[in-house]
Design a protein around this ligand. Sequence first.
Ligand code: E4P
Length: 213
Amino acid sequence: MKFFVDTASIEEVRSANELGVLAGVTTNPSLVSKEGVSFHERLKEITDEVSGSVSAEVISEDAPGMIQEGEELAAIAPNITVKVPMTLEGLKAVKAFSDKNIKTNVTLIFNANQALLAARAGASYVSPFLGRLDDIGHDGMELIASIREMFELHEIDTEIIAASIRHPLHVMDAAKNGAHIATIPYKVFGQLVKHPLTDQGIEKFLADWNKSI
Ligand code: E4P
């Protein structure tokens, strides 16, 4: 499983990239609105920093609007992936992007049928939202496993991005259940690294080393 960072903050993108494990970035309108910057300018900054896929979401609700917006976003850099919501209009737009070889990430996936439809329309990625399913008492992880099983059975090469990740356990379980990618808030990268026994071990090694010199 690969790691993406889920943020529109250029500082967080740079910090995550310094870790040497970053394969891409996802943004969404809520994350961009927190930044108070021009969306296109921020995407340019992010795509200059990261060579992997950078998802940029359209806000139009009809296919022609999504297509126009997506083409403008895709023109910013070759590694832009157009993020499209899982709607009937979204599916039409995904097909049009796929015909033009523009990569797409179908977002707000909450069941396996939605994932299958998105894949068949030509989506490069599908994003099931784990945290938001957990919030309403559903099993987000079971959805990842079902989508992976369905894609394997039907030889579909659309990649599954585990999204709406809230904590390290989501990351580990997404990997075990077959997500190709997890898109993670920056603060969760720090939590993944941490273990109290690692910290104690470093402290003890240093104390012993200092005693011997
Ligand atoms: C993914 O692409 C989305 O931007 C994101 O993971 C949404 O997460 P949230 O449920 O924490 O807003």
